[in-house]
Design a protein. Structure first.
Length: 110
């Protein structure tokens, strides 16, 4: 049978989830600032150059835009999991409890 976590255990888990999210957010911000800095530096380099660098510059622009967007989507999903509304959590707990009770009632007792 599953043990019910204490409020201290629940609080520790919540803080751990928050800490992971804030680490994820800070890495996202730092990496994207670096990427945009690199883009700004190298795009000046490619601006006055020959036509052979056009494809490379388009590739750099695409990657500099797609990385924060795609990563941002996953960051938003992470945030939704961490900061889910308490009503959603209570609903999930009720549903889990309902299925546990249903399963316990369906098992024949000898």
């Amino acid at each position: 049978m599953k043990t019910v976590p204490t409020s201290m255990e629940s609080a520790k888990k919540r803080v751990a989830r928050l800490k992971k999210f804030y680490n994820h957010l800070s890495i996202y911000i730092i990496v994207n600032i670096l990427l945009f800095g690199i883009k700004a530096y190298f795009m000046d380099f490619f601006d006055g150059s020959s036509t052979e660098h056009i494809n490379l510059s388009k590739w750099i622009v695409w990657n500099m835009i797609s990385t924060p967007v795609i990563w941002g989507i996953f960051l938003a999903i992470h945030a939704a999991k961490v900061f889910s509304h308490p009503l959603v959590n209570k609903w999930e707990e009720r549903q889990i409890q309902k299925y546990i009770e249903r399963e316990e009632n369906d098992i024949p007792k000898f």
